[in-house]
Design a binder for this molecule. Sequence first.
Ligand SMILES: NC(=O)c1ccc[n+]([C@@H]2O[C@H](COP(=O)([O-])OP(=O)(O)OC[C@H]3O[C@@H](n4cnc5c(N)ncnc54)[C@H](O)[C@@H]3O)[C@@H](O)[C@H]2O)c1
Length: 260
Amino acid sequence: MKLDGKVAIVTGGAMGNGLGIVKMFLKYGADVVIIDYSDQINVTIQELKSPKVTGYKADIRDVDRLQKIVKDVIAKKGKIDILVNNAGVARLDKFVDMSDEVRDLHFDINIRGTWNITKLVVPFMVENQYGKIVNLSSVTGPMVADSGEVAYATTKAALIGFTKGLAMELVDYHINVNAIMPGYIMTPMVEGIAKDSNQVDPSSVIKGIASGIPMKRLGTIEELGELAAFLASDEASYITGQGIVIDGGSTLPETMSVGA
Ligand SMILES: NC(=O)c1ccc[n+]([C@@H]2O[C@H](COP(=O)([O-])OP(=O)(O)OC[C@H]3O[C@@H](n4cnc5c(N)ncnc54)[C@H](O)[C@@H]3O)[C@@H](O)[C@H]2O)c1
């Protein structure tokens, strides 16, 4: 299988897209280490019922803790082949209303957290002359945006710059760095956005989102996980520095008034 013998770290793997990625990595034979700050991590690991998955309850903003975790993973597994920077947050609010705390929450988790764990893992990849880094960006920021998404969009666009810059620096060490740019994937994050939208029925918000997507549905975490598994595999060996869109065609329409 395409990830046999590989050791992967997936941040935010307790639920949502991260869980989809963990499931697909296990399906393709990888050893998976989840880092997540939610208590759900223990439930998820139990439910996955696989000897190949372990985890650490930790916040990716806590550099000291990350340092200990990376050291521990290396001591136990001997290497880190794959790093998926999936942990991220989205709290929607208008630019003029958004507190500095909420702005910084996005910057600290989505950008600094990703930066910090990557900086700790890269030296081991360089030493091995091998690595696959996959960053969860979004179509939000690099391609599109809705009202209330300024902070989130800023961080997700930043991750494209991060991906490209790092890809150039690491190319000589046989390390591929790519980004996934999802449209709407059905996860607790999207459910939360629907609940916070002040609509009486959050499911009507999800239906409204689906109706605007050419495929008329949101993506699944398994579909997202399949793309991550491909980018983390040697089958994607000639791809680096790219942002791959997975959005059911949501960014495709050229003329909004013309249906499919
Ligand atoms: N769901 C979508 O439609 C969508 C679209 C585009 C991009 N994305 C990106 O995909 C990634 C995952 O999104 P999701 O929808 O699955 O979100 P989610 O909120 O459903 O799950 C995120 C997971 O990350 C963990 N996490 C968050 N901050 C953390 C931190 N500081 N330290 C450790 N763990 C942390 C959470 O506990 C949770 O398990 C994010 O980076 C998000 O921006 C999602």
